[in-house]
Ligand binder design. Structure first.
Ligand SMILES: NC(=O)c1ccc[n+]([C@@H]2O[C@H](COP(=O)([O-])OP(=O)(O)OC[C@H]3O[C@@H](n4cnc5c(N)ncnc54)[C@H](O)[C@@H]3O)[C@@H](O)[C@H]2O)c1
Length: 262
Protein backbone atom coordinates (compact mmCIF):
# COMPACT_ATOMS: atom_id res chain seq x y z
CA UNK A 1 0.00 0.00 0.00
CA UNK A 2 1.35 3.47 -0.87
CA UNK A 3 1.90 5.58 2.25
CA UNK A 4 2.42 9.20 3.13
CA UNK A 5 3.78 8.85 6.63
CA UNK A 6 1.03 6.91 8.34
CA UNK A 7 -1.75 8.03 5.92
CA UNK A 8 -2.61 6.16 2.74
CA UNK A 9 -2.47 8.22 -0.43
CA UNK A 10 -5.48 10.25 -1.56
CA UNK A 11 -6.69 10.46 -5.14
CA UNK A 12 -9.44 12.05 -7.25
CA UNK A 13 -10.94 10.10 -10.17
CA UNK A 14 -13.19 11.93 -12.67
CA UNK A 15 -15.58 9.95 -14.83
CA UNK A 16 -15.43 7.55 -11.90
CA UNK A 17 -18.94 6.16 -12.21
CA UNK A 18 -18.32 4.05 -15.30
CA UNK A 19 -15.87 2.08 -17.43
CA UNK A 20 -12.16 2.79 -16.97
CA UNK A 21 -12.75 5.30 -14.14
CA UNK A 22 -14.83 2.81 -12.17
CA UNK A 23 -12.30 0.00 -12.67
CA UNK A 24 -9.56 2.37 -11.52
CA UNK A 25 -11.46 3.20 -8.34
CA UNK A 26 -11.84 -0.49 -7.56
CA UNK A 27 -8.10 -1.10 -8.06
CA UNK A 28 -7.22 1.95 -5.94
CA UNK A 29 -9.49 0.84 -3.09
CA UNK A 30 -8.03 -2.66 -3.21
CA UNK A 31 -4.55 -1.11 -2.95
CA UNK A 32 -5.45 1.00 0.07
CA UNK A 33 -5.82 4.46 -1.50
CA UNK A 34 -8.43 6.95 -0.27
CA UNK A 35 -10.63 7.83 -3.23
CA UNK A 36 -12.89 10.73 -4.24
CA UNK A 37 -14.90 9.97 -7.38
CA UNK A 38 -16.73 12.48 -9.56
CA UNK A 39 -19.01 12.13 -12.54
CA UNK A 40 -21.71 14.23 -14.16
CA UNK A 41 -24.09 11.23 -14.25
CA UNK A 42 -26.20 11.53 -11.13
CA UNK A 43 -27.76 8.06 -11.37
CA UNK A 44 -24.38 6.39 -11.83
CA UNK A 45 -22.96 8.31 -8.86
CA UNK A 46 -25.88 7.10 -6.71
CA UNK A 47 -25.09 3.52 -7.83
CA UNK A 48 -21.43 4.01 -6.95
CA UNK A 49 -22.41 5.20 -3.46
CA UNK A 50 -24.59 2.11 -3.03
CA UNK A 51 -21.75 -0.14 -4.18
CA UNK A 52 -18.98 1.30 -2.03
CA UNK A 53 -20.74 3.17 0.82
CA UNK A 54 -18.43 5.60 2.59
CA UNK A 55 -15.28 3.90 1.26
CA UNK A 56 -15.52 6.38 -1.66
CA UNK A 57 -16.42 10.08 -1.50
CA UNK A 58 -18.67 10.11 -4.57
CA UNK A 59 -20.27 13.28 -5.95
CA UNK A 60 -21.79 14.79 -9.04
CA UNK A 61 -19.40 17.15 -10.82
CA UNK A 62 -19.11 18.37 -14.40
CA UNK A 63 -15.42 18.71 -15.26
CA UNK A 64 -16.13 21.66 -17.56
CA UNK A 65 -17.46 23.75 -14.64
CA UNK A 66 -14.30 25.60 -13.63
CA UNK A 67 -15.60 27.12 -10.40
CA UNK A 68 -17.18 23.89 -9.18
CA UNK A 69 -14.00 21.94 -9.98
CA UNK A 70 -11.74 24.43 -8.17
CA UNK A 71 -13.96 24.32 -5.07
CA UNK A 72 -14.35 20.53 -5.15
CA UNK A 73 -10.66 19.76 -5.59
CA UNK A 74 -9.81 22.10 -2.69
CA UNK A 75 -12.43 20.56 -0.43
CA UNK A 76 -11.25 17.01 -1.20
CA UNK A 77 -7.65 17.97 -0.42
CA UNK A 78 -8.77 19.54 2.85
CA UNK A 79 -10.88 16.54 3.83
CA UNK A 80 -8.10 14.05 3.01
CA UNK A 81 -5.37 16.31 4.39
CA UNK A 82 -3.50 16.03 1.06
CA UNK A 83 -3.92 15.16 -2.61
CA UNK A 84 -1.48 12.72 -4.14
CA UNK A 85 -3.11 11.79 -7.41
CA UNK A 86 -5.67 12.66 -10.05
CA UNK A 87 -7.06 10.44 -12.78
CA UNK A 88 -8.85 12.35 -15.55
CA UNK A 89 -11.15 9.66 -16.94
CA UNK A 90 -14.23 11.82 -17.71
CA UNK A 91 -14.72 11.83 -21.45
CA UNK A 92 -17.13 11.39 -24.32
CA UNK A 93 -16.73 10.08 -27.85
CA UNK A 94 -18.48 10.46 -31.20
CA UNK A 95 -17.99 8.71 -34.54
CA UNK A 96 -19.17 11.10 -37.25
CA UNK A 97 -17.70 11.75 -40.71
CA UNK A 98 -15.78 15.02 -40.74
CA UNK A 99 -18.17 16.53 -43.31
CA UNK A 100 -21.13 15.82 -41.02
CA UNK A 101 -19.48 16.99 -37.80
CA UNK A 102 -21.07 20.22 -36.57
CA UNK A 103 -19.06 22.93 -34.87
CA UNK A 104 -21.14 22.50 -31.72
CA UNK A 105 -20.38 18.75 -31.64
CA UNK A 106 -16.69 19.46 -32.19
CA UNK A 107 -16.64 22.11 -29.45
CA UNK A 108 -18.53 19.89 -27.00
CA UNK A 109 -16.07 16.99 -27.36
CA UNK A 110 -13.07 19.30 -26.99
CA UNK A 111 -14.68 21.08 -24.05
CA UNK A 112 -15.13 17.87 -22.02
CA UNK A 113 -12.11 15.86 -23.13
CA UNK A 114 -9.49 18.60 -23.31
CA UNK A 115 -10.69 21.64 -21.38
CA UNK A 116 -12.12 19.44 -18.61
CA UNK A 117 -8.83 17.57 -18.29
CA UNK A 118 -6.99 20.90 -18.14
CA UNK A 119 -9.34 22.41 -15.53
CA UNK A 120 -9.11 19.41 -13.18
CA UNK A 121 -5.37 18.92 -13.71
CA UNK A 122 -4.58 22.60 -13.08
CA UNK A 123 -6.72 22.73 -9.92
CA UNK A 124 -4.97 19.63 -8.57
CA UNK A 125 -1.50 20.82 -9.58
CA UNK A 126 -1.96 24.05 -7.60
CA UNK A 127 -2.45 21.95 -4.47
CA UNK A 128 0.28 19.44 -5.34
CA UNK A 129 2.73 22.31 -5.91
CA UNK A 130 2.42 23.34 -2.25
CA UNK A 131 2.96 19.71 -1.18
CA UNK A 132 5.99 19.36 -3.48
CA UNK A 133 4.65 16.08 -4.89
CA UNK A 134 1.81 14.52 -6.87
CA UNK A 135 0.89 12.50 -9.93
CA UNK A 136 -1.67 13.23 -12.64
CA UNK A 137 -2.79 10.56 -15.09
CA UNK A 138 -4.79 11.58 -18.17
CA UNK A 139 -6.61 9.30 -20.57
CA UNK A 140 -5.56 9.86 -24.17
CA UNK A 141 -6.40 7.27 -26.84
CA UNK A 142 -4.88 5.46 -29.79
CA UNK A 143 -7.44 7.54 -31.75
CA UNK A 144 -5.44 10.61 -30.71
CA UNK A 145 -2.19 9.14 -32.09
CA UNK A 146 -3.45 7.91 -35.48
CA UNK A 147 -6.20 9.02 -37.89
CA UNK A 148 -9.34 7.01 -37.19
CA UNK A 149 -12.40 7.32 -39.42
CA UNK A 150 -15.11 9.54 -37.97
CA UNK A 151 -12.89 10.82 -35.15
CA UNK A 152 -12.41 14.46 -36.27
CA UNK A 153 -13.57 15.72 -32.89
CA UNK A 154 -12.63 12.76 -30.70
CA UNK A 155 -9.20 12.20 -32.28
CA UNK A 156 -8.38 15.92 -32.15
CA UNK A 157 -9.39 16.00 -28.49
CA UNK A 158 -7.24 13.00 -27.57
CA UNK A 159 -4.25 14.28 -29.56
CA UNK A 160 -4.63 17.47 -27.51
CA UNK A 161 -4.77 15.48 -24.27
CA UNK A 162 -1.47 13.80 -25.22
CA UNK A 163 0.35 17.09 -25.83
CA UNK A 164 -1.30 18.73 -22.79
CA UNK A 165 0.12 15.85 -20.74
CA UNK A 166 3.62 16.49 -22.06
CA UNK A 167 3.46 20.26 -21.55
CA UNK A 168 2.15 19.86 -17.99
CA UNK A 169 4.92 17.33 -17.31
CA UNK A 170 7.50 19.91 -18.36
CA UNK A 171 5.93 22.83 -16.48
CA UNK A 172 5.28 20.89 -13.28
CA UNK A 173 8.42 18.73 -12.96
CA UNK A 174 10.11 21.43 -10.83
CA UNK A 175 7.35 21.03 -8.22
CA UNK A 176 7.73 17.27 -7.96
CA UNK A 177 4.54 16.66 -9.96
CA UNK A 178 4.56 13.90 -12.58
CA UNK A 179 2.04 14.00 -15.44
CA UNK A 180 1.48 10.97 -17.66
CA UNK A 181 -1.23 9.51 -19.86
CA UNK A 182 -2.42 6.12 -20.91
CA UNK A 183 -3.54 5.73 -24.52
CA UNK A 184 -6.06 2.89 -24.43
CA UNK A 185 -6.91 0.81 -27.46
CA UNK A 186 -10.23 -1.01 -27.59
CA UNK A 187 -11.62 -1.43 -24.07
CA UNK A 188 -15.05 -2.90 -23.43
CA UNK A 189 -16.89 -0.04 -21.68
CA UNK A 190 -20.30 1.60 -22.17
CA UNK A 191 -18.62 4.32 -24.29
CA UNK A 192 -17.20 1.79 -26.73
CA UNK A 193 -20.32 -0.36 -26.76
CA UNK A 194 -22.12 2.75 -28.09
CA UNK A 195 -19.35 3.74 -30.55
CA UNK A 196 -18.39 0.34 -32.00
CA UNK A 197 -21.09 -1.45 -33.98
CA UNK A 198 -20.25 -4.93 -35.34
CA UNK A 199 -18.43 -3.68 -38.47
CA UNK A 200 -16.20 -1.37 -36.42
CA UNK A 201 -15.45 -4.18 -33.96
CA UNK A 202 -14.32 -6.40 -36.85
CA UNK A 203 -12.03 -3.63 -38.17
CA UNK A 204 -10.59 -2.94 -34.70
CA UNK A 205 -9.78 -6.62 -34.17
CA UNK A 206 -8.20 -6.78 -37.62
CA UNK A 207 -5.69 -4.03 -36.72
CA UNK A 208 -5.00 -5.13 -33.13
CA UNK A 209 -2.27 -7.80 -32.85
CA UNK A 210 -3.78 -9.27 -29.66
CA UNK A 211 -7.15 -9.58 -31.52
CA UNK A 212 -9.36 -8.72 -28.58
CA UNK A 213 -10.93 -5.92 -26.59
CA UNK A 214 -9.52 -5.45 -23.09
CA UNK A 215 -11.37 -5.27 -19.80
CA UNK A 216 -11.35 -1.83 -18.11
CA UNK A 217 -9.27 -3.29 -15.28
CA UNK A 218 -6.39 -3.86 -17.72
CA UNK A 219 -6.17 -0.08 -18.14
CA UNK A 220 -6.68 0.52 -14.42
CA UNK A 221 -3.50 -1.43 -13.56
CA UNK A 222 -1.47 0.78 -15.93
CA UNK A 223 -3.03 3.90 -14.40
CA UNK A 224 -2.10 2.68 -10.92
CA UNK A 225 1.49 2.12 -12.03
CA UNK A 226 1.73 5.72 -13.31
CA UNK A 227 0.06 7.13 -10.18
CA UNK A 228 2.22 5.28 -7.69
CA UNK A 229 5.50 7.12 -7.12
CA UNK A 230 7.03 4.00 -5.59
CA UNK A 231 6.68 2.34 -9.01
CA UNK A 232 7.08 5.13 -11.59
CA UNK A 233 9.13 7.79 -9.78
CA UNK A 234 11.18 8.81 -12.85
CA UNK A 235 8.39 8.60 -15.43
CA UNK A 236 6.76 11.82 -16.56
CA UNK A 237 5.44 13.07 -19.91
CA UNK A 238 4.89 9.48 -21.03
CA UNK A 239 1.97 8.41 -23.21
CA UNK A 240 1.64 4.71 -22.44
CA UNK A 241 -0.32 2.70 -25.00
CA UNK A 242 -2.54 0.05 -23.42
CA UNK A 243 -3.71 -1.23 -26.74
CA UNK A 244 -2.98 -4.90 -27.44
CA UNK A 245 -0.16 -3.82 -29.78
CA UNK A 246 -2.14 -1.45 -32.04
CA UNK A 247 0.31 1.49 -32.04
CA UNK A 248 3.37 -0.70 -32.44
CA UNK A 249 1.96 -2.73 -35.30
CA UNK A 250 3.08 -2.61 -38.92
CA UNK A 251 2.65 -5.46 -41.38
CA UNK A 252 0.53 -8.16 -39.81
CA UNK A 253 -0.64 -11.59 -40.80
CA UNK A 254 -4.21 -11.72 -41.99
CA UNK A 255 -6.37 -13.32 -39.32
CA UNK A 256 -6.82 -16.35 -41.59
CA UNK A 257 -3.07 -16.77 -42.30
CA UNK A 258 -1.17 -19.45 -40.48
CA UNK A 259 2.41 -18.60 -39.32
CA UNK A 260 3.76 -21.04 -41.99
CA UNK A 261 2.25 -18.97 -44.81
CA UNK A 262 3.87 -15.68 -43.65
N1 LIG B 1 -13.22 2.50 -23.87
C1 LIG B 1 -12.24 2.68 -24.74
O1 LIG B 1 -11.99 1.83 -25.62
C2 LIG B 1 -11.39 3.91 -24.67
C3 LIG B 1 -10.29 3.98 -25.53
C4 LIG B 1 -9.49 5.10 -25.47
C5 LIG B 1 -9.77 6.12 -24.58
N2 LIG B 1 -10.85 6.03 -23.76
C6 LIG B 1 -11.10 7.15 -22.83
O2 LIG B 1 -11.19 6.66 -21.51
C7 LIG B 1 -11.99 7.58 -20.74
C8 LIG B 1 -13.07 6.77 -20.02
O3 LIG B 1 -13.92 6.23 -21.01
P1 LIG B 1 -14.78 4.91 -20.78
O4 LIG B 1 -14.58 4.06 -21.97
O5 LIG B 1 -14.56 4.38 -19.42
O6 LIG B 1 -16.24 5.56 -20.95
P2 LIG B 1 -17.52 5.56 -20.02
O7 LIG B 1 -18.58 6.25 -20.81
O8 LIG B 1 -17.78 4.20 -19.49
O9 LIG B 1 -17.07 6.51 -18.79
C9 LIG B 1 -16.88 7.89 -18.96
C10 LIG B 1 -17.52 8.59 -17.77
O10 LIG B 1 -17.24 10.01 -17.91
C11 LIG B 1 -18.39 10.70 -17.49
N3 LIG B 1 -18.41 12.06 -18.04
C12 LIG B 1 -18.61 12.43 -19.32
N4 LIG B 1 -18.58 13.77 -19.41
C13 LIG B 1 -18.34 14.25 -18.17
C14 LIG B 1 -18.19 15.55 -17.62
N5 LIG B 1 -18.31 16.65 -18.39
N6 LIG B 1 -17.93 15.69 -16.30
C15 LIG B 1 -17.84 14.59 -15.50
N7 LIG B 1 -17.99 13.32 -15.96
C16 LIG B 1 -18.23 13.16 -17.28
C17 LIG B 1 -19.55 9.86 -17.99
O11 LIG B 1 -20.76 10.17 -17.29
C18 LIG B 1 -19.05 8.45 -17.73
O12 LIG B 1 -19.46 7.97 -16.46
C19 LIG B 1 -12.54 8.59 -21.74
O13 LIG B 1 -11.75 9.75 -21.69
C20 LIG B 1 -12.38 7.90 -23.07
O14 LIG B 1 -12.28 8.81 -24.13
C21 LIG B 1 -11.67 4.94 -23.78
Amino acid sequence: MPNTGSRPHAVIVTGGASGIGLATIERLLASGWRVAAFDRDQTAIAKLRNMHGDKVRADVLDVTDEQAVEATVKSVATAFGRLDGVVNSAGIGIDIHVLDTSVSQFRNVLDINVTGTFIVGRAAARIMKDQGAGAIVNIASIAGLRGFKGRAAYGASKGAVAILTQVMAVDLARYGIRVNAVAPGPIDTPLVQAMHPAAVRRAVLHYTPMRRYAAPDEVATAILFLLDSTQSSFITGAILPVDGGFIGAGLMELETDSPEKA
